[in-house]
Ligand binder design. Structure first.
Ligand code: NAD
Length: 259
């Protein structure tokens, strides 16, 4: 175990579960101070406890990424506990699949609000904090292969992840002068709790055949990802190794989408 993010303070949104929890544990294992920021406060506390019991440093904060004051409070909690903010992972996300003709305004707005507006707010507030500190900083966004290619049964999700890619590029251009880098990674199919609900929801709309198993069958490397497959790239984007990289999206999908 190295210490690639030693002493850095890192907020990971959506880190009570799945990919975010794996990233948080991976960063804590490399010496970082972690803020487990999630809507689900009880599960967030569980992840923070696990890190602390393993000898790491972590606190849990209830954060709703769609609510600016809550996002700001999460950053203030990080600074109060650990002194400064160094890296902000905009990772929280959700899906609510519907066939294209059934998509409602409410469905579109819900998914865009969490996945796209949440990334805008998180990036703005993290950048404001870095600028106020007078330090450089890193923002790392969780995009998706669905941001590179639209999927029939989750068009709003695909649109929201394309928005994450655009926001990553626009923010990289906006904050380069302050030496704040903004990058994203794009997972393919990752075995997390997100898929349990997604498979149930797809079955309800008569689209069970576009679920986890069918998506996993198209992967060049022959298997879906586990959350731990995402961690090395996330760590790279949080560490000094990626200092000369900004505005980029790194696919971590076993070769599903070749662009
Ligand atoms: P997950 O459901 O296991 O975890 C998502 C977490 O986000 C949950 O703990 C949830 O409480 C939290 N969350 C949801 N809405 C929130 C909000 N408004 N504010 C704060 N927290 C909120 O899902 P996961 O698979 O780990 O997904 C993490 C990210 O990876 C998401 O952005 C998702 O879109 C993306 N992604 C997942 C996959 C996959 O196959 N699992 C593929 C590509 C991208």
């Amino acid at each position: 175990m190295g210490k690639r993010v030693n002493g850095r303070t890192i907020i990971v949104t959506g880190s009570a579960s799945g990919i975010g929890a794996a990233i948080a544990k991976g960063c804590a294992g490399e010496g970082a101070n972690l803020v487990i920021a999630d809507l689900d406060e009880v599960a967030a506390q569980g992840v923070a406890r696990e890190i602390v019991e393993g000898g790491g440093r972590a606190i849990a904060v209830r954060v709703d990424v769609t609510d600016r004051s809550s996002v700001r409070a999460g950053i203030e909690a990080a600074v109060a506990e650990f002194g400064a903010l160094d890296v902000y992972f905009n990772n929280a996300g959700m899906n609510a699949p519907l066939k294209f003709l059934d998509i409602t305004e409410e469905n579109f707005e819900l998914v865009m609000r969490v996945n796209a507006l949440g990334v805008l707010i998180g990036t703005q507030e993290a950048a404001r904090q870095f600028i106020a500190q007078g330090t450089s900083g890193k923002v790392v966004n969780t995009a998706s292969i669905a941001g590179r290619q639209g999927f029939a049964n989750f068009a709003p999700y695909s649109a929201s992840k394309a928005a994450v890619i655009s926001l990553t590029q626009a923010a990289a251009r906006s904050f380069a002068e302050q030496r704040i880098t903004v990058n994203a990674f794009a997972p393919g199919v990752v075995a997390t709790p997100l898929w349990k609900k997604l498979d149930e929801d797809l079955a309800k709309i008569g689209a069970a055949d576009s679920g986890f198993d069918s998506m996993s069958s198209d992967i060049l490397l022959g298997r879906p990802a586990q959350p731990d497959d995402i961690v090395p790239t996330a760590l790279f984007l949080a560490a000094d190794d990626s200092d000369y990289i900004t505005g980029q999206v790194i696919a971590i999908d076993g070769g599903m989408i070749l662009v």
